[in-house]
Design a protein around this ligand. Sequence first.
Ligand code: CUA
Length: 161
Amino acid sequence: MHIDPLEKKWIYVVILITVVMVGSLAYAAVMVNMHPPSNVETIDSKKLHLTEEFAEDNLGVETNPDGSLTVRMVAARYSFYPQEIEVPVDTDVTFRLASFDVLHGVHVPFSNMSTMVVPGYVSQVTTRFSRPGEGQFLCNEYCGLGHDYMWSRLKVVPKGQ
Ligand code: CUA
């Protein structure tokens, strides 16, 4: 079979790109322990307010015995509740989110905090914020006419405040 030399060159380029990409994925997964958020935990979205974990009084920031934080939030058209979260810088924060109605997404720009919030499931992401400042939780899954306005506030404050 005849393969044009130029075509041959591009076949090698494509093989090289594929090897580099698959290699970097494997490296991130195995050596850096970096995985997409995966947490299969179901919940009855219609009864969120009656559950212990996502009842209104229980939402927000909670400090764990080891010093890390757990933040519980509810995504509902068209906001995340509570509407303001304050966390210290350089601290492990585990976000636990549940949707009250339809599919939402949550994303904090310039961080790796990003996940879908699927009704019927609890989404969980652990991250840490390395710089103090103000940020937003933005919805990144179209959830209705108010989708563009679905956001809430994140404050990352210096430690000890
Ligand atoms: Cu919630 Cu888009």
